[in-house]
Design a protein around this ligand. Sequence first.
Ligand SMILES: [Zn+2]
Length: 300
Amino acid sequence: MVDVCRLCEEEKELRLSHVLPSFLFKWKKKHGTGFFRTSENPNKRIHDGLKMHLLCSDCEQIFGVWEKQFAERFFKPFHEKTEYRVKYSDWLIKFAISVSWRILIYHKIKGGFPHLSDIQIAYSEKALSSWRNFLLGRTDNIGNFEQHLIPVGIIKSYREDNSLSPYLNRYFVGSVDTNLLRTPNTCLIYSKLNKLIVIGIIQQPIQDYLEGTRIEYPSGEFKPRSIGLPPEIFDYFNKQANLVAQLLSTLSEKQWSTISKSYENDIDRLKKSDIYVATGSDVSISGQAAFNILESKHKK
Ligand SMILES: [Zn+2]
């Protein structure tokens, strides 16, 4: 398909590109339970991520270099539990911006920004052009459109009064999720790459809205540290966890039996997996609800 490439803005043959990096889907196929499902049709397994004609092959190669660095130096060591400290140079922010930029463009192409305020639409356009100029090496300055990286793991116990989704830990360790999030004075691009969440700031209500998670430029170190997240982000985690569980609860008997067989066939691997540990923690926090949330519909 010949059209204008969204990055170099030249008219070229466009590739059918992954909106999220393809290594993520390859990794999940290899290590995860492998079930990705679309919300339109949860009974159909999809083994690949969402694709769109966005980039020419030259621009796709540029992204590919940063994706490879992120996958090899960060994503894989982090998920395989061998490395929690990562020294990084400019490849990390370039990768993060390439992800946030793609998701924002995707929302724009798919329907504009109907739920954003006029100010947020203006900020979104500014973020797109500022991120694009950075990706093309035309500027070193992304202004207020910062990138953040939030690691998530398993919550083992919880003593607060407000309730957690009975599926929260499984959402944390096993889900890929993207969204354009907003409140009246906040607007963010959210890309959950399994246990690493990239957030691109479009509008923040206060300086340092997210604490301890900003990706530094040109270099920095990712290490265990205390992180401050606003309550609306935590609410979003809970809401999405319930949504994923609801989606799973609409699976047919046939699909459930396919999933249980794929677990039974590889019980040793399952016991070592994050999803197994996460299920145990969901049960210890939420009790029977951790199972009930998946059973509401398919038992009918
Ligand atoms: Zn291009």
